[in-house]
Design a protein around this ligand. Structure first.
Ligand code: ADP
Ligand code: MG
Length: 226
């Protein structure tokens, strides 16, 4: 059981960006992905989630023995993979709660019952210190930078993936919200979620006690001492 990335190379617009990266994330592990701006961190995460802008030119991605390499994004989500975006888009006209319920139905194959869904939603909103009215707003529309990041975390808490790819979930968060982020990651790890986290913040890394730190440099990855 693990998320295995094996010899993965990724190009964007015919330009090679990631060069034969390999690593493996087991349930409950936290792996940090670091590297300067432009190193290819978002490229790697987007390729793992099959963003069509990125082309995998070699290697494979395997989640708990399911080969994801050729599967589209929705099938990767169904297999248990989740990506929180560095810059989430605004989706006017789609309320957060409808979006979450429909996403859950798409992933699990059954529409969640109203009562347990609402209970989970209120619990997740509480953990993120978000007002219940937040879930009635259109997805990310007019949200502040910090609210968009918490909207991604709300999706993470509600969709309960096996493995979560988190692209700078702490950028633009005030110090209190960084505290909730640390709580969320710690809680998910304790429940067995494997996490691949891009962050630039040393204090976030220290308070999370990661399994491993990987540094991307010109598309190559090296393991740092933790
Ligand atoms: P990071 O997330 O580590 O800051 P990115 O994955 O966003 O890095 O970017 C990796 C590299 O891909 C950068 O050198 C960037 O300039 C390049 N890149 C981004 N978009 C495009 C594009 N549309 N065409 C070609 N190269 C791109
Ligand atoms: Mg990035």
């Amino acid at each position: 059981m693990s998320l295995v990335i094996n010899n993965l190379s990724v190009s964007r617009a015919q330009t090679p960006i990631i060069n034969r990266v390999s690593l493996s994330i087991s349930p409950g592990e936290l792996h940090i992905l670091s590297g300067v701006n432009g190193a290819g961190k978002s490229t790697l995460l987007n390729a793992l989630m099959a963003n069509p802008l990125y082309e995998v030119t070699s290697g494979e991605i395997v989640l708990d023995d399911i080969d994801l390499t050729k599967l589209p994004t929705f099938e990767r989500a169904r297999a248990g993979l989740f990506l929180s975006l560095q810059a989430p888009p605004e989706v006017p006209g789609v309320p957060m709660d409808d979006f979450l319920r429909t996403s859950l139905e798409a992933i699990t194959g059954t529409r969640p019952h109203t009562l347990p869904f609402e209970r989970d939603l209120q619990e997740a909103l509480g953990l993120l210190r978000l007002d219940p009215k937040f879930a009635k707003r259109s997805l990310n529309e007019g949200f502040s930078g910090g609210e968009k990041k918490r909207s991604e975390l709300l999706q993470l808490l509600m969709l309960k993936p096996k493995y979560a790819l988190l692209d700078e979930p702490d950028s633009g968060l005030d110090p209190d919200a960084v505290g909730y982020l640390i709580e969320v990651i710690t809680k998910l790890r304790a429940q067995g979620t494997g996490i691949f986290l891009v962050t630039h913040y040393e204090h976030v890394i220290k308070s999370l006690n990661p399994t491993a730190i990987h540094k991307l440099d010109l598309g190559n990855i090296t393991l740092q001492n933790t």
